[in-house]
Design a protein around this ligand. Structure first.
Ligand code: GLV
Ligand code: GLV
Length: 326
């Protein structure tokens, strides 16, 4: 039997790629940068499966360009806002993602950003490198305490709960807001969004990007935060209105921000946010550990291969496609 044809939009760690190569006739985009839109549209023609990254927009046009053989879209990420799920479901195509394996790695990084912003780690490094360290100073680079502070989690899924567990070790008070969850765990308490914003010293975002969460943190939300508060975003850039955030940071309406994701992404080098000292910006690297990226690759390959074989994906974001099959 002919091996199924797949398009893989970037090189992913070998443990996943080996399985894909063994199973499929794989066209793997070799570039460091994502394939341009036109390349995607051409290369998917006639494929049985697509293994995509969060940098690739996989919409109805791409699915149509692939054609009727397309059986599976496997996204190498837990987030899947880059894939038009409704369009995939309408075509009966299951979409896979990589939840669970990156939860702790991502929560570790979100907590690292929280600590770095609170204690001005990046500021201190810049200060030293600029040759400005002349003496120990009683008032030099003062930050905010983490121990005993209040952490507000917007979104209390796997990663949000991972933050709550970490916060317990720092004796933090943890509040969360999540319309889908009311079961308090890891010492966290459900509150409405307004009291979370007003009471938290750190506000950390752990929601997927949807029409409901787009610009959830806008000028109005920022105006309700404490002037000493720090915003942490490891979710998706689009959850925060960047212009409103710039204004809030510039006018000291809030004390700081630490972002692993931005809108647009990547953030242009001349973006106004990069002129500010009270923001840390990392290049979307929260799940970037050797072990975790390997596990994500294995999981993405397993989803892809299951879909090609007509089996249920181990991790499917639109299981409705199975309900429709008799
Ligand atoms: C990374 O942002 C992911 O969604 O896996
Ligand atoms: C992602 O894994 C989440 O549910 O937060």
């Amino acid at each position: 039997m002919k091996r199924p044809r797949v398009f893989v939009t970037r090189l992913i760690p070998g443990e996943g790629l080996a399985a894909v190569r063994a199973h499929c006739q794989a066209d793997i985009w070799p570039g460091e940068l994502p394939p341009p839109r036109q390349e995607i549209l051409q290369r998917v023609a006639g494929v049985d499966g697509i293994l995509s990254l969060l940098t690739d927009s996989i919409d109805g046009a791409v699915m149509d360009a692939a054609g009727p053989r397309l059986k599976v879209i496997s996204n190498y990420a837990v987030g899947f806002d880059n894939v038009h799920i409704a369009q995939a479901t309408a075509r009966g195509i299951p979409v896979g993602n990589t939840p669970g394996v990156l939860t702790d790695t991502t929560a570790d990084f979100a907590f690292a950003l929280l600590m770095a912003a609170a204690r001005r780690v990046a500021d201190g490094d810049r200060f030293t490198r600029a040759g400005r360290w002349k003496t120990w100073g009683p008032m030099l680079l003062l930050g905010q305490d983490i121990t005993g502070a209040t952490l507000g989690l917007i979104g209390f899924g796997r990663i949000g709960q991972g933050m709550a567990r970490r916060a317990q070790g720092f004796d933090m008070k943890v509040l969360y807001h999540d319309p889908d969850r009311q079961d308090d765990r890891f010492g966290a308490r459900a509150v409405d969004l307004d009291s979370l914003l007003r009471r938290s010293d750190f506000v950390s975002l752990h929601v997927p990007l949807t029409t409901e969460t787009h610009h959830l943190v806008n000028a109005n939300a920022l105006s309700r935060m404490k002037p000493t508060a720090i915003l942490i975003n490891t979710a998706r850039g689009g959850v925060v209105d960047s212009e409103a955030l710039y204004h809030a940071l510039k006018t000291d309406q809030i004390a700081g921000a630490a972002l692993d994701v931005t809108e647009p992404e990547p953030i242009p080098a001349d973006h106004p946010l990069l002129e500010l000292d009270n923001v840390i910006i990392a290049p979307h690297m929260a799940s970037a550990s050797v072990a975790t990226r390997g596990k994500m690759a294995r999981m993405a390959a397993a989803n892809l291969i299951a879909g090609l074989e007509g089996e249920r994906l181990p991790h499917c974001v639109n299981p409705q496609v199975y309900a429709e099959t008799p």
